[in-house]
Design a protein around this ligand. Structure first.
Ligand code: F6P
Length: 327
């Protein structure tokens, strides 16, 4: 029998669509297993300040379809310090909490990893980030919605690009990862996709454009924000000099990629992860992230999950696919 009777849940770092579905699943699983569930507001900042609220089945009603996070989120500098983590621990203990569920990305798990080791306090993580850059899961909560948001936006850009015979350079998020750019680029039929995993550089892009069909009315180039080329506006400047005949426009999609209703895939993934996290804690898991690999739920130590290098890879096969499709 587990000694865990009271758990807390928080969301941290950049929000991602599906975080609410994850919170709902944690709360409902907690209630199902006769646990008391506490919500922590504003991520680790709320943990440090003791900003706690009781959660019951009603507090998570009607949120599965909502973007953002009802618990709010923050990026906490204080939690990076030993003193900050000590305050967080003191608040958990004084509130009688036995275990913690954190929903977030690599920054969240870096903090959780230090915290669980320093205080020997049970912590389980749920991967919640649009970037899909964590090892130990095929997909993170929010990624599917984000790439669909990007595809919807670029389909609209394609309409106007086609009407004006223009070349659009569209910048998408992903921090150091090009996975949002890769999948959404394939989804919109982009003429070129610039990602940090395969920096093609100005020369590579110029070659791609020269090699591509000249009779195509519109062209879409997707630039991942982490590509070494330094952003879509830079690409625009370079191309203006190199290809004076192109009518070039730049569009940075920005934070719309983080908002909106979660897709069904994200709702189901988040729901599955939330229940598995609670069951994992009750079965003695700690210091791990719950993930889904080949449809199976598994637990990966935080140390490993935050190593981007082992997250989904942009393989040569992906790059070849992009090249073939951009003819
Ligand atoms: O990690 C999610 C993410 O949206 C990244 O893709 C992006 O680089 C970053 O967060 C933006 O963070 P902020 O909202 O703090 O500017």
């Amino acid at each position: 029998m587990s000694e865990i009777k009271n758990i807390a849940v928080l969301t941290s770092g950049g929000d991602a669509p599906g975080m609410n579905a994850a919170i709902r699943a944690v709360v409902r699983a907690g209630i199902y297993y006769d646990l008391t569930v506490t919500g922590v507001l504003r991520g680790y900042e709320g943990l440090i300040c003791g900003d706690f609220i009781p959660m019951d089945r009603k507090s998570v009603a009607n949120i599965i379809q909502r973007g953002g996070t009802i618990l709010k989120t923050a990026r906490s500098d204080n939690f990076r310090t030993v003193e900050g983590r000590q305050k967080a621990y003191d608040h958990l203990i004084s509130n009688g909490i036995d275990a913690l569920v954190v929903i977030g990305g690599d920054g969240t798990f870096t903090g959780a990893n230090l915290f669980t080791k320093e205080h020997n306090f049970p912590v389980i993580g749920l991967p919640g980030t649009i970037d899909n850059d964590l090892a130990g899961t095929d997909f993170t909560i929010g990624y599917d919605t984000a790439i669909n948001t990007v595809v919807n936006a670029i389909d609209k850009i394609r309409d106007t690009a086609e009407s004006h015979d223009r070349l659009f350079i569209v910048e998408v998020m992903g921090r150091d990862s090009g996975l949002i750019a890769l999948r959404s680029g394939i989804g919109v039929g982009a003429e070129a996709i610039m990602i940090p995993e395969a920096n093609m550089g100005v020369e590579g892009l110029a070659k791609r454009l020269e090699y591509g069909r000249k009779d195509k009315a519109s062209k879409i180039i997707i630039v991942a924000e982490g590509d070494e080329i330094g952003g879509a506006f830079n690409v625009g400047e370079v191309l203006k000099d190199r290809f004076p005949n192109y009518d070039i426009r730049v569009s940075v999609l920005g934070h719309i990629q983080r908002g909106g209703k979660p897709s069904c895939m994200d709702r189901v993934l988040a729901s599955r992860f939330g229940v598995s996290a609670v069951e994992g804690l009750l079965n003695g898991h700690s210091g791990e992230m719950v993930g889904q690999v080949n449809r199976e739920i598994l637990f990966t130590p935080f140390d490993h999950a935050i190593k981007h290098i082992d997250a989904e890879e942009v393989t040569p096969a992906w790059l070849k696919l992009v090249e073939i499709l951009s003819l």
